[in-house]
Structures are given as C-alpha cells and as structure tokens.
Design a protein around this ligand. Structure first.
Ligand code: FAD
Ligand code: NAD
Length: 449
C-alpha cells in the first residue's frame, strides 16, 4: 500500500522517450516498457487511466467514478526506474525540431503554463474526441459520453430534468418533454447508455417519483437501418427486440440534422421528411473525430501521406508516415482495425516490445529490423450490456474459426465477469464489486450532486 514512487534523474546516456496520453494504448505500453532503457516522460491532461467499458454505468450511479479510474502513479510505482509524469495537454507536435509543445490545461495555473519538451522517440496515444459532424447545436445542448466528467454531467442533468418535471404545477406537455431522454447514435456507446438509463428509470425513478414516472420515455435515434453494426446479425436482432420489450423507442433510418435548446430536428433518411422532436436530455454518441493536436499535425504533413480523415496514418509497425522516430497507437490512428480498447491495448503491448528491443540492439531511429514482426491484431470478443440484465456477446475462440454468439442473462454475467477481471488493479476490482453489491442492497443514489 505504501510503495513509494521510484525517482530517477535523467541519464544523459539514454534516449528520451515521450509518451502522449494515459489511455488504453499508452498504459498498456507503459506497463510493459523496460523503463531502465529510457528517460521516459508521460504527458496527459488526465493524471489517471479511465476504464471506458464501464463508463456508461457511472452515468446512473451503478458505479462510482473513482471505481473505474486509476491514478497513473499507481501503475508506475512498481517500475524499478522512474517515469516522469506531467499533467498537461500536448498542443503542437513538431517532428522537425523533435519537440512537443505542452500546455497546463488545468484550472490552477502557476507562473509557467506552456513549454516545449524535446524527445528522441515519441509515442502518440492521445485518443479521439466526440464526433458531431458539425451539426448545429450539438456542442451547445448535447452531452457526450467519453470522459469521466461527461458521465458526471449526465448524472446531474438527468436528475435535474426529473426534479424540474416534478415542480408543482408543471404543465403535462412540459413534463413529457422534460422526461423524454434522447440518445443519438446506435453504436455500442449509445446502446449501452440507453440500457443503463432504462435500468435507472425503471429501478429508481419509478419507485421514488411515481407521480411523474409514467411520462418517462427513452428514444434511441440511429441514421442506419440497425443498431450495433459491429455485432453479428443475431445479436443485433436480439438487441432490437429487447429494446422493444423495454419500451426503448428505436428510431432507425433517422438522422439528426439540428439540435435546439428544447427540440431536435430529425430527418427520415428514406422519405426525406423532417420533423421536430422535443426532449429533456440529449446524449450524443455518434463516434470519434480527431483531436485538435492531431488535426494540426496532419495538416502540416498532408504532402507526406497524412490526409486520412479518421486519424494518423501508420505502417504495420505503428510508425507514423513521414515522421522519423514517431509512433502512434489507438483511436488517434487510421488503421484497418476498429477504434477499440482491445486494439489500443494490443498495440501498446506490441510497441513496448518493439521499444525494449530497439534499446537493446544498437539501432538508431525507428528502422525496423527484418526480424521484428509487424503488428498482428487478435480479436477476442465484442461484448455489450443492453439493460434489463441482458447482454450480447460475440466471442472468437482460439483454434475455432467460427464466432460464438450468445445473448441474455448469461451474456450479462459474462460481460460483468470479463470486465471485472480486465480491470487493471485489485483496488479497482474491489471497488467495482463493492459498488455492484451496494446497488443490489440499497439501489442507486438519486441525489443531484
Ligand atoms: P484513450 O483511451 O481515449 O486515451 C487517450 C489519452 O490521451 C487520455 O489519457 C487523454 O486524457 C489523453 N489526451 C487527450 N488529449 C491529449 C493531448 N492533447 N495531449 C496528451 N494527452 C492527451 N472499446 C472496447 O474495446 N470495448 C469496450 O467495451 C469499449 N467500451 C467503450 C465505452 C465507452 C463509453 C467509450 C467512450 C469507448 C469504449 N470503447 C470500448 C472504446 C475505447 O475506449 C477506445 O477505443 C480506447 O479508449 C482507445 O484507447 P486510446 O489509448 O487510443 O485512447
Ligand atoms: P460508432 O461510430 O460505433 O456509432 C455511431 C453511430 O451513430 C453510427 O451507427 C452512426 O450511423 C450513428 N450516427 C451518426 N450520425 C448520426 C446522426 N446525425 N443521427 C443519428 N445517428 C447518427 O460510435 P460509438 O458507439 O461512440 O463507438 C465508438 C468506438 O468505440 C467504436 O469503435 C466502438 O466499437 C467502440 N466502443 C465499443 C464498445 C463495446 O465494445 N462494448 C462500447 C463503446 C464503444
């Protein structure tokens, strides 16, 4: 418990490895990196790792936010050689001078808020931000589900809508609007959030606010004909049928065109007809887009093969095209793989091996030896919780070419046990197990913090 952080003075004989980010890719790399080989510096605006698969459960208080985050220093304290962590945002990457501009983006500022860090080797793992497609009003009125603070905001806004609907004399149509919870995007983020919201409304709001509960409504809006495009057909059908059972209204073939303070403008993608949909709370989950620091970098390397709208172009060794000694991994890259934690984590493991190997052989730069194999992704499973103690799972088995799919209560138990065991620390596993037990015994907290 009282393991101190190892200290390390920079060693001038070693190369400086700068890692941007403390997400799935970066943490997986740092856990396996031989830190005795480098002067390692990690820069990230969050001084913790967030276990994103359980983030939807934080929006309704099934899990507390601190149960699914781990301070970066907890990972690093067992390393025999120290790593320097700097809480800051990287704002400009300059491969020509081999420096990165960083900015203290916290609320408290000292005398210095901006500086440049030099590197010999750079790993970019800054992830992505929420996509809005530039649709008017999304940033102003919608809520995202990407960061831990987003989940807290959703929890507060939900209770605000409910308490406002319960205000004495509130007209019926206003109660209906305030209690209309809209989720945009039928990918796994939107589906899992809709499921968690269903559980909270049925489990808590029905009980504590019986006078307004009959007006509660959840609508999931998806531009394509079906939800969860990355799942097997059976799992998609099961999810859509389950949503019908749970009274979650699925508006497929419907694209949101504009968001206003109290209503959305939606378009039927088949007929082209538009209409207004009043709402109380809007959660926007339509995928990823590049962070500004990546957009800026790309723009300066457009003539060197960097013009993919999904992210940085890397080769099969994760080297960034056109930039010597720079690697990138995870959601900030454009590869053949989906932007998932599974991919980012495997890329982190792969890159750690490559960097350890690079330091031990007398190579300079990121020239790859013929013996270094390219990155090879092994897909294990795609899992989602869809509410009402039901899950959907598509699992790839070793030595078996077909995928095994199963849905329902067993799949929900599998989802829980898989994520519980995937949490990186014993402390997080204990906290999550405790939160689940607490929820079973006492229900979820309905306070608006
Ligand atoms: P991230 O994990 O997003 O990490 C990026 C890091 O960079 C963060 O530490 C961030 O603070 C930091 N950063 C941001 N800007 C800067 C900057 N300018 N400079 C330096 N650092 C910066 N995938 C799955 O495989 N299974 C799931 O069940 C699953 N569930 C998900 C549920 C939700 C709600 C969400 C949003 C995503 C889910 N994903 C899941 C996708 C998965 O979270 C991402 O693919 C994964 O986080 C990508 O890892 P990454 O390291 O590229 O980025
Ligand atoms: P996504 O890109 O998977 O899905 C976004 C959905 O929004 C799409 O189906 C798209 O058709 C729809 N959409 C886009 N614009 C729209 C509009 N204007 N109106 C209505 N619908 C619109 O996004 P996500 O769910 O945020 O997932 C992002 C990544 O994270 C994916 O790679 C996903 O696999 C991963 N993830 C995985 C899990 C899991 O494995 N359980 C959970 C969450 C996220």
């Amino acid at each position: 418990r009282h393991h101190p952080m190892p200290q390390q003075e920079p060693d001038p004989t070693k190369k400086t490895l700068l890692v941007l980010g403390t997400g799935w890719g970066a943490i997986s790399l740092l856990r396996r990196l031989d830190t005795s080989e480098y002067n390692t510096i990690v820069v990230s605006p969050t001084n913790f790792f967030l276990f994103t698969p359980l983030l939807p459960s934080v929006t309704t208080g099934s899990l507390e936010s601190r149960s699914i985050i781990t301070p970066i220093k907890y990972f690093l304290r067992f390393k025999p050689f120290g790593i320097k962590f700097v809480e800051a945002e990287s704002t400009q990457i300059d491969p020509a001078s081999k420096t990165v501009e960083i900015l203290d983006s916290g609320e408290v500022h000292g005398a210095i808020t901006k500086t440049r860090l030099p590197y010999d080797y750079l790993v970019i793992g800054v992830g992505a931000e929420s996509q809005t497609f530039g649709i008017k009003g999304v940033r102003e009125f919608g809520l995202f589900l990407k960061e831990i603070r987003d989940a807290r905001k959703i929890r507060t806004r939900l209770m605000d809508c409910i308490e406002t609907a319960a205000f004495p004399g509130q007209p019926d149509d206003e109660i209906r609007r305030l209690l209309h919870m809209v989720v945009v995007g039928g990918g796994p983020t939107g589906v899992e959030y809709a499921g968690e919201l269903h559980d909270f409304l049925r489990g808590e709001v029905d009980k504590w606010y019986p006078e307004i509960a009959p007006h509660l409504k959840i609508t999931l809006i998806e531009a394509l004909p079906h939800v969860l495009p990355m799942f097997s057909r059976e799992m998609i059908e099961y999810t859509e049928k389950s949503f019908a059972d749970m009274n979650i209204d699925l508006l497929a073939n419907t694209a949101v065109q504009e968001v206003r303070a109290k209503e959305l403008v939606v378009k039927d993608t088949k007929s082209g007809a538009t209409r207004e949909v009043p709402y109380g709370m809007l959660v926007w989950a339509t995928g990823n887009t590049m962070r500004p620091v990546i957009k800026d970098l790309q723009a300066r390397f457009a003539d060197k093969g960097q013009s993919n709208r999904r992210g940085l172009v890397v080769d099969e060794y994760l080297r960034v095209a056109g930039m010597p000694d720079v690697w990138a991994l995870g959601d900030c890259t454009a590869t053949a793989f989906a932007p998932t934690a599974q991919v980012a984590a495997q890329q982190g493991t792969y890159l750690a091996r490559q960097l350890n190997d690079l330091a031990r052989t007398n190579r300079t730069g990121n020239d790859i030896l013929a013996t270094c194999p390219p990155f090879d992704y092994k897909h294990r499973a795609t899992l989602a919780y869809i509410g009402d103690e039901r899950g959907v799972s598509d699992v790839s088995l070793p030595f078996w070419s077909n995928m095994v799919s199963f849905a329902g209560y067993q799949s929900y138990l599998f989802w829980r046990s898989a994520y519980l065991s995937n949490l990186y620390t014993l402390r997080n596993r204990a906290l999550v197990a405790f939160d689940w037990t607490k929820e079973k015994l006492f229900g979820r907290d309905i306070s608006r913090e």
